[in-house]
Ligand binder design. Structure first.
Ligand code: CUA
Length: 337
């Protein structure tokens, strides 16, 4: 009996140590930045407690038995013979069953919390493509960064232009696959950001060669800053062509692949590109004039710069950019000397 008391005390001490100082949300999870994260983190917390207890129970029994019941010098006898124990069998069937049912109950409560709908949720459309994120706001504003107001439920309506992608911001905890196939296959995700800050969206579905770099910035800002930002994103630009071109380049995330400094990221740099002789992968050369650049935006795989992969550039800019915007982007590229 004394053995059980000792093992019981050691198990409790070990559980306490693990749960308080090793298996904690603070150490193991990124910061909690959405309302939805609260229910999920509470589930994690429950699991850390159970894991700490069962790990301790098994390890303490094991180590205690190895140390205390080891074979002593001169003990050559056979071990005691056991024939099974029905009481033990019943206990270790019923107890885990109760725990699993309890977790299922807590899980369904958490799911209901995470999916709670606010009828006034603010809608943002998310368009995923290889390997790019695009966000559309209710009045037609578009951006390649996701900016959200704090303490407002956001309804993300998401679709893909090519393969399956997945929207994931670890600080918000929730994650959702994004499917191709148009209107019918739009997936929804609700997030209520409750922490100001800058985070990263990561694509969480293997989606091709540049899956690892399919990232976008998320900023959670105050309501007033959000209004200001939103007004800057409109598709109206009444400044000169180069300034407007710069705006479209920023908004569409072009500079994630095309540097303005001569550095090669994924695509050719735009420094000194305009007017230069570009070697193509079929061995010919072409002058980088308006016509060539427009064609490279609309049909990126048709005249490919030697040493680059034309399939890495999204072929969809012809659908999302107007002819005027493309002209302004060309004017901007022309200005990068
Ligand atoms: Cu998109 Cu991985």
């Amino acid at each position: 009996m004394i053995h059980f008391v000792v093992v019981g005390i050691l198990t409790l001490l070990s559980t306490y140590g693990l749960y308080m100082f090793v298996l904690t949300n603070e150490i193991l999870l990124p910061i909690q930045a959405s309302e939805q994260a609260i229910a999920i983190d509470n589930l994690f917390d429950l699991h850390w407690l159970l894991i700490s207890f069962f790990f301790s129970l098994i390890m303490v029994f094991l180590v205690y038995s190895i140390v205390v019941f080891r074979r002593r010098k001169g003990d050559e006898g056979a071990g005691e013979h056991f024939e099974g124990n029905t009481t033990l069998e019943i206990i270790w069937t019923i107890v885990p069953l109760i725990i699993v049912l309890f977790i299922a109950f807590r899980g369904s409560e958490a799911l209901a919390d995470v999916e709670r709908r606010d009828p006034n949720a603010y809608e943002v459309t998310v368009i995923a493509s290889q390997w790019n994120w695009q966000f559309e706001y209710p009045d037609g504003e578009t951006s390649s960064d996701l900016v959200l107001p704090k303490d407002t439920q956001i309804l993300l309506r998401m679709y893909s232009q090519d393969v399956i992608h997945s929207f994931w911001v670890p600080e918000f905890r929730v994650k959702q696959d994004i499917l191709p196939g148009g209107e019918e296959y739009i997936r929804e995700l609700r997030i209520t950001p409750n922490e100001l800050g800058d985070f990263k969206i990561r694509c969480a579905e293997l989606c091709g060669q540049l899956h690892y770099s399919m990232l976008a910035d998320v900023s959670v800002v105050t309501e007033s800053k959000f209004e200001v930002w939103l007004s800057e994103q409109s598709d109206i630009c009444e400044l000169d062509d180069i300034t407007c071109g710069n705006k479209w380049v920023e908004k569409n995330g072009c500079v994630a692949c095309h540097s303005l400094t001569g550095e090669v990221i994924v695509g050719p740099s735009w420094l000194g590109l305009y007017g230069s002789e570009v070697p193509l992968d079929d061995g010919t050369t072409v002058t980088a004039n308006e016509e060539y650049i427009r064609n490279s935006i609309l049909q990126p795989a048709s005249q490919v710069h030697e040493g680059f992969n034309g399939n890495l550039m999204p072929p969809s800019f012809g659908d999302t950019l107007s002819a005027e915007q493309i002209d302004q982007i060309i004017a901007f590229i022309q200005s990068i000397k």
